[in-house]
Design a protein around this ligand. Structure first.
Ligand code: NAD
Ligand code: ZN
Length: 345
């Protein structure tokens, strides 16, 4: 369902679904008006997701354990309301409740064996495409691996895309997360593994991003609507293609320094002129137009061991790196070059 006020349609959908529901809602919305527009009933369970850190496998296990403990382990429906962190948490919990075990057991490709609980996604910030994609990214706190449950069962059954919900997003965050769409799409279009469907989604999403971020007010009603569509199309694009060099470096920042995904991409972009010269220029023009500052120098003065960990956490992303640079990407991205790239962010 799409459009301003579309969230009012949730009640109709849920009225047709017997049994209690479980909501995972971004903690930002605790005590805010949005809760009044959700048809939460006494038998339903609500979990507020703390987005201070991005989801870990331990977080997902603990949400599941809590639901089982309070006797809410078999809901008819799970509803995720929030940004990529919350949407991904809801997807992961829905898989875990029907498949058992631990969240880390399903980090990888097509490891989820049983269909998840029926789930509805309601994004409140646009850009990651988590509402459309077939993964839910989690960091494994023990192994340090940041990887999702890539599976057809991870995809939301229904979506409510209501641009009214993104009005309250802080400007910087709106830009950083919105840019995730732009970056996913330029990475796929510059990759080796391309296909007509991925390209079509990417091209359209990039056009919408340009309209939004070159306009006078990126957060006008029309632009919030456009970015919501761009995010959805961008999610469809990555479901049909691979990212490139930016995301692996950003994942390195995230795993080693705890940098959040979307700001991490933007910081990484500061060192990406050598791989994406045209897009580098366009990206910084958009940031300038919207008066958004991209932090600099976060990986400038680190010790040798930390740089080695950054290198390891970057180079492990074989699929996107070979998509961008070919199978001999390790010869191109030597330890020395990777360290220089981190230093120049
Ligand atoms: P997020 O969910 O972490 O939220 C960012 C911040 O915005 C939080 O502080 C949140 O409280 C706030 N926020 C959200 N909606 C708001 C609103 N309407 N008003 C005010 N504040 C609001 O951010 P994100 O950038 O959307 O998601 C990042 C996560 O998405 C990462 O964990 C990343 O790994 C994941 N991701 C997933 C996919 C996928 O395909 N599944 C793709 C890319 C990224
Ligand atoms: Zn991303």
């Amino acid at each position: 369902m799409f459009g301003k006020g579309a969230i009012d349609g949730l009640k109709d959908i849920l009225d047709r679904r017997d049994g209690y529901k479980v909501y995972l809602i971004d903690g930002y919305f605790r005590d805010r008006d949005i809760l009044d527009s959700l048809p939460i009933e006494g038998s339903d369970e609500v979990i507020f997701v703390d987005t201070t850190s991005e989801p870990s496998t331990a977080d997902i296990d603990s949400y599941r354990d809590f639901l089982v403990e309070v006797g809410k382990g078999s809901p008819s429906t799970i509803i995720g309301v929030g940004g990529g962190s919350t949407l991904d948490s809801a997807k992961a919990v829905a898989n875990l409740l029907t498949n058992g075990g631990k969240a880390e057991d399903y980090q990888g490709w097509d490891l989820v064996k049983k269909p998840a609980i029926y789930k509805i996604g309601i994004p409140t910030i646009s850009g990651t495409g988590a509402e459309a994609s077939r993964t839910c990214v989690m960091t494994n706190s023990k192994s340090g691996i940041k990887l999702g449950m890539n599976s057809d069962f991870t995809i939301y059954d229904q979506l409510i895309l209501d641009p009214n919900l993104t009005k309250t997003v802080p400007r910087e965050q709106y830009f950083y997360t919105g840019m995730d769409t732009y970056l996913h799409c330029i990475e796929s279009l510059n990759g080796i593994y391309r296909n007509a469907i991925g390209d079509a989604f990417s091209n359209q999403a990039i056009e919408l991003c340009r309209e939004v971020f070159f306009s006078e007010d990126m957060m006008s009603d029309e632009n919030r609507e456009r970015l919501m569509v761009a995010s959805y199309l961008g999610g469809c694009a990555i479901a049909n293609s691979f990212v490139g060099t930016i995301h692996p470096f950003s994942a390195g920042l995230s795993v080693v320094l705890g940098t959040h995904h979307c700001i991490g991409n933007c910081i990484t972009m500061g060192a990406m002129e050598q791989f994406y010269p045209k897009e580098y220029e366009e990206f910084f023009k958009m940031a300038e137009k919207q008066n958004i500052e991209i932090p600099k120098g976060i990986a400038k003065n680190l010790d040798r061991e930390t740089y080695k960990r950054l290198y390891d956490a970057t180079i492990v992303h074989e699929k996107p790196l070979s998509n961008a640079l070919g199978d001999d990407f390790r010869d191109i991205l030597t330890l020395e070059r990777v360290v220089d790239i981190f230093k120049s962010m």
